[in-house]
Ligand binder design. Structure first.
Ligand code: C2E
Ligand code: CA
Ligand code: CA
Length: 815
């Protein structure tokens, strides 16, 4: 900020000098007023219009020294520089001039020197900023100086006593202290200076300007020791004072900046955070030591490279690229990125980048700071693992189990499928721990976890939710009873003994578990309830005698119990001869002869009575018992066929049902064929009924089995035709001999036109392929007549006869 124009006052009766002053000093910044007498000068000085006084020694009314003395004493604005112009030898004693307040003395002959001296002053007139503490016990002096300093823009706090000033100093931040040395009151200016300088460190070094009336060597030495930065001798001269203040404040500013720079450099060099700077071309131009420590690259290696080189082999290269691309659009980035150490190891950086504009240069810089958080991340991941997974089995723990369950429940509500929660609790696990030791107990739990996992799908969740408690989530179940099969499988899997070894010995352990089943949405859609219900169901399983599963739902539980009981009985049914094979006649529509029958199994349960196959065949299939039952049926049917052909009709054929589970068994086909040889029966007397699904599977193994049957004369029939998806082309490919139109079509032969058309079409096309057609489930005369009309080959159904005991069949159709 520019002050008003710098005013020079020349007091000289010789007007030649006026001209010299005007010509050489008047400029943009400096104005010259020239007067011939002190009388003219005084009002100008008093009205504060003058900044610098040049006065000739020789004046009419007085001399320059006397005038200076007067000014300094009497006039408020009289602390202006006062330069004396002398002719040679006018002043004998220069020191008299100086002690009377003259700033300097110049010879008229050295006018150039004077002008140069004056020209230095206007700069001093620029305003100042800063906060000054000023201590002066002379109230008048204090006022004058305060006003003067304030006119330069300084803010000034004044005190008369050192004690007051000290208290104030401690609570304020000053840029400069000006103090008189001799003060009224107990504490001198020197003591104050001493105290102030001792606060260095807390407040930084505040410069002190001491003002003293005495100028002697000892005092100056004292100042020096105290660290006082500068001193002035009274009387004060404004320009001098301002000049000193200005240079002290400037010095202070410079030190402050230097300190700041030094501190930044210190931080940059010693920071544990890595830093690097890139220029506007995205080339690294500076790195700090931590950068090299973290990345393994020296500053020289990094210099000139694009920062992207730091992610050369990183797991996720793109992250670094992305950041720098992103930065061209925005000014800053903060986040985690992958980079690589020079040795190839991955480093996860917590990176923050800022764009800066350099103050001295007009270019854009980016400053990047990062820390290595690889270890932190590893620990976090470990903590996450520890927080969510069981250490022993590596399975999700209770916490994560609940989280997954919440998630799956949500999804389940949307998908409208079933979700099953199984709670599994080992039976008498405590005994294992007590008798075999905890390390074996641990090994057992880990082994059990593995076996359980083998029983479920990948999409299912197995969790360890307590010491010997596991839980399973089966999401997206289309058939709820899949849960039951899984529970059964787990119970079975645990039935095999575990062989476990520790350092001492190997142990064989047999253990079982109890399983509780709860189903969403049937039982509940609420997470806590489902868990509670599965738990309750598990306790029911315990109460029922352990080593079993139990449903939470009553009806499900009843069905399951019924099935379990039935299955148990089914296992003994063959041995106890509870099965009987019935035969249902199949009539040839052309000849009206019964030359064909379907063998259908019946179970006479000792307590439940007569049980139909659709109740126990699926159970037999699930449990694998169907193989034994099927063998019994085959042998029975074959024996009957042999007896009937030998005794009643050598052209008679018996159909035997073979479910897919049976068909897929490796051994059954050969077993059956062996049996035929054994009883010496031609395959021509038998027909195997398969479902359409077998044809759809379309694999070589199926084809080979079918070939084997055909080779020994057994005909192939497709049961329940029309309910599956097989096409007529399949029938041809697999050389099917017969097909049975499912009873549901026959049932609605008269009510649904489409079924009539379909039946008609099946018959017509089958005939084209040389396939014989049987209509199943014919119950009425009308149906029978229509099928006859449609040119169907055979008819089976209650209209002819229900399935019959062998003796009854013989009675009715052979005698
Ligand atoms: P399927 O092979 O379709 O057998 C025909 C079923 O229809 C028999 O039921 C039979 O009694 C019944 N049926 C016959 N005529 C009529 C009728 O006019 N009206 C009605 N409504 N039904 C009629 P069944 O004996 O209860 O057998 C049911 C299913 O059990 C059989 O269906 C078959 O899939 C299976 N099955 C029976 N015996 C055996 C066997 O020995 N082995 C295998 N694997 N499955 C068998
Ligand atoms: Ca059948
Ligand atoms: Ca059928």
């Amino acid at each position: 900020m520019e002050h008003k124009k710098f005013q020079i006052l020349l007091i000289d009766k010789n007007k030649v000098y006026h001209q010299i002053f005007f010509k050489s000093l008047s400029s943009k910044n400096i104005a010259v007023i020239a007067v011939c007498s002190t009388d003219e000068a005084i009002p100008l000085i008093a009205s504060n219009k003058v900044d610098f006084i040049c006065c000739a020694y020789q004046l009419d009314e007085t001399n320059g020294i006397e005038f200076c003395k007067l000014l300094r004493k009497k006039y408020i604005n009289a602390f202006k520089p006062f330069v004396l112009l002398t002719s040679s030898n006018e002043i004998k004693n220069l020191s008299t001039a100086l002690t009377n307040g003259v700033t300097d003395v110049f010879k008229r002959a050295d006018i150039e020197e004077l002008l140069a001296f004056i020209k230095r002053f206007p700069n001093n007139h620029l305003s100042l900023t800063g906060k000054v503490l000023y201590i002066e016990d002379d109230k008048t002096q204090q006022n004058i100086v305060k006003k003067m300093l304030e006119s330069y823009g300084l803010s000034v706090n004044c005190f008369r006593f050192a004690e007051d000033a000290w208290g104030n100093f401690l609570n304020n931040d000053y840029d400069l202290v000006i103090t008189d040395i001799i003060l009224a009151g107990g504490v001198s200016g020197l003591v104050l200076c001493n105290r102030i300088k001792r606060t260095i460190g807390q407040k930084g070094d505040i410069p002190i300007l001491a003002v003293t009336a005495f100028d002697d060597k000892i005092r100056r030495l004292e100042f020096f020791h105290l660290g006082i930065n500068d001193y002035l001798i009274k009387p004060l001269i404004e320009e001098d004072l301002i000049f000193r203040i200005r240079s002290m404040l400037q010095q202070q500013e410079i030190t402050k900046n230097a300190q700041e720079k030094e501190i930044s450099a210190l931080i940059y060099n010693n920071a544990s955070d890595a830093m690097f700077v890139v220029d506007s071309q995205d080339k690294i131009i500076a790195t700090n030591p931590a950068f090299s420590q973290i990345t393994g690259y020296s500053g020289a290696e990094a210099f000139g490279q694009s920062p992207v080189f730091l992610s050369a082999n990183a797991q996720d290269k793109d992250s670094y690229h992305y950041v720098w691309q992103h930065l061209s659009n925005t000014k800053a980035f903060k986040g985690e990125v992958f980079s690589t150490h020079k040795n190839g190891e991955t480093i996860i950086q917590n990176l923050s980048v800022k764009s800066l504009k350099s103050s001295d240069l007009d270019s854009q810089y980016k400053v990047a700071i990062f820390t290595d958080i690889t270890e932190k991340k590893r620990i976090e991941a470990q903590l996450l693992q520890q927080a969510n997974f069981d250490e022993l089995t590596n399975l999700p723990n209770r916490r994560l189990f609940k989280e997954y369950l919440a998630l799956e429940l949500n999804k389940n509500n949307r998908d409208k499928t079933s979700l099953v929660v199984l709670f599994l609790d080992l039976d008498h696990f405590k005994d294992v721990n007590d008798t075999r030791g905890h390390d074996i107990g641990d090994l057992l739990l880990a082994a059990i976890a593995k076996r359980i996992q083998h029983c479920v799908r990948n999409s299912d969740t197995v969790a360890r939710i307590g010491g010997d408690e596991f839980a399973i989530i089966l999401p997206n179940l289309v058939h709820k009873n899949k849960a039951e099969i899984i529970a059964e499988n787990i119970l079975l899997a645990l039935n095999k003994p575990f062989i476990l070894a520790n350092n001492h010995a190997s142990h064989q352990i047999v253990i079982s578990m109890s399983i509780g089943i709860a189903i969403a949405p049937e039982d509940s859609n609420n997470l806590a309830d489902l868990i509670k219900f599965a738990d309750q169901a598990m306790y029911k399983a315990k109460n029922n005698g352990r080593n079993q599963f139990c449903y939470f739902t009553k009806s499900m539980q009843e069905t399951a119990l019924y099935k379990q009981a039935l299955l148990k009985d089914l296992q003994h049914a063959i041995k106890h001869q509870e099965f009987e094979l019935y035969y249902q006649p199949i009539i040839n529509l052309k000849t009206k002869a019964v030359d064909h029958a379907e063998a259908l199994i019946r179970w006479h349960h000792p307590t439940l009575g007569f049980i139909t196959p659709d109740k126990f065949i699926p159970l037999a299939e699930e449990s694998g018992l169907i193989l034994a039952i099927g063998n019994w049926v085959f042998e029975q049917a074959a024996t009957t066929a042999k007896y009937w052909t030998e005794n009643f009709n050598d052209n008679f054929k018996i159909s035997i049902n073979k479910s897919p589970v049976q068909f897929h068994s490796k051994s059954q086909t050969t077993q059956w064929l062996d049996y035929l040889k054994q009883i010496n029966l031609s395959g021509k007397q038998l027909i195997i009924e398969l479902t359409e699904g077998i044809l759809l599977e379309n694999n070589n193994s199926n084809m080979n089995k079918l070939d084997k049957y055909r080779q020994c004369g057994i005909a192939l029939s497709i049961d329940d035709f029309g309910t599956g998806y097989s096409s007529l082309s399949y029938l041809q490919k697999f050389h099917v001999d017969l097909l049975k139109i499912d009873k549901c079509f026959i049932n609605s032969l008269y009510t649904k036109k489409s079924d009539l058309i379909l039946s008609e079409a099946i018959i017509a096309m089958a005939h084209k392929l040389g396939i014989i057609v049987i209509a199943e489930g014919v119950e009425t005369q009308k149906q029978y007549a229509r099928l006859e009309q449609l040119n169907c080959d055979y008819v089976q159904g209650y209209f002819i006869a229900k399935p019959l005991k062998q003796k009854d069949f013989e009675q009715l159709f052979f005698k």
